[in-house]
Design a protein around this ligand. Structure first.
Ligand SMILES: [Fe+2]
Ligand SMILES: [Fe+2]
Length: 304
């Protein structure tokens, strides 16, 4: 039994209070400044690639931000139908629950739209095309093929990850482009409510689950993590090609190897490790299955 002290009415009230409009964040005078980095260094990890010039490091930082926009667009595309499926069978039971979860779904639809707008502006302003793994529908389908508890745990990790990204790496970084920083800040503000609603979703799913079903949920969570991890090497190759095109030069073999080693780990931390290590995520997992918590903690070193 989970002990999280969250409730639908309070979450809904908080969500309505902080709600923002896309038009206030992007468009008009709100433009990306390509002279500044977009991603914080703990996620971008460009500085230790000492064979890159300062200008090339900036290019790679920005290429990584495009991957971030794309990846969050992808994950939110499977979060949206998952939340709608979760709310639909119980629409008449608790009006606050229905409204809070529909608000959650509506915010994710808005975030998908926002990330797309930023991606469009990025493409219009960046030197070269940046490729991404996918297509998003296939990734979403593969994730949603797992048990609802497995998917809910993966989503819970993703929501807490957005909190860690902003609070630990973005908020106090004064060198970031203010426009990209504003995107991450506004996302963080609304995701704070999603972390609570996701905990309530996990709670609802585990309340009537047998130990065997919980075990299945945990192994599905691990399988979804492996699925995401499986896409990392290809994305790193795309990023390296984009950098070489944008910089107008080829990296040597040893440089490419160093690039792969550092950037694979950077992506693993950004999209997996920062979720697995979040104390609130671990708390929820520990309440469902203390053994699973220990396993995740042991595995997380590989994603640091
Ligand atoms: Fe979101
Ligand atoms: Fe979210």
């Amino acid at each position: 039994m989970l002990t999280a002290n969250y409730d639908y009415q309070e979450t809904l009230a908080a969500s309505v209070k902080v709600n923002w409009r896309i038009e206030d964040i992007i468009g008009g005078d709100n433009r990306l400044d390509f002279l500044q980095p977009f991603m914080p260094e703990p996620m971008a990890r460009v500085e230790s690639l000492d064979f890159l010039s300062a200008a090339e490091k900036l290019l790679l930082n920005q290429i990584r931000s495009f991957g971030y926009l794309y990846t969050f667009g992808v994950v939110e595309e499977f979060i949206l139908p998952f939340v709608l499926d979760h709310v639909r069978p119980h629409l008449n039971e608790d009006d606050y629950r229905t409204r809070a979860l529909l608000q959650f779904a509506s915010e994710e639809a808005k975030h998908i739209h926002l990330f797309k707008k930023f991606a469009e502006e990025f493409k219009a302003g960046f030197l070269t095309n940046c490729e991404t793994i996918g297509p998003p529908e296939e990734i979403g389908k593969a994730v949603l093929a797992h048990s609802p508890l497995g998917v809910a745990l993966a989503i819970l990790g993703i929501e807490w990850m957005t909190q860690a990204h902003y609070l630990e790496s973005v908020r106090d970084d004064e060198d970031l482009d203010p426009q990209f920083k504003s995107l991450l800040r506004h996302h963080w503000i609304e995701e704070a409510q999603h972390t609570k609603l996701d905990t309530l979703m996990v709670q609802a799913l585990t309340d009537n689950h047998s130990a065997k079903e919980i075990e299945k949920g945990i192994s599905d969570y691990a399988a979804i993590g492996a699925l995401i991890d499986g896409g990392v090497p290809q994305q790193v190759e795309f990023d390296m090609q984009a950098l070489q095109r944008a910089a107008g030069r080829s990296l040597s073999e040893p440089e490419q190897e160093q690039f792969r080693t550092i950037q694979r780990q950077a992506l693993r931390w950004t999209y997996i490790g920062s979720a697995m290590t979040h104390p609130k995520f671990l708390q929820t997992v520990g309440e469902i299955s203390p053994g699973a918590r220990t396993q995740i903690e042991e595995m997380s070193g590989a994603f640091s």
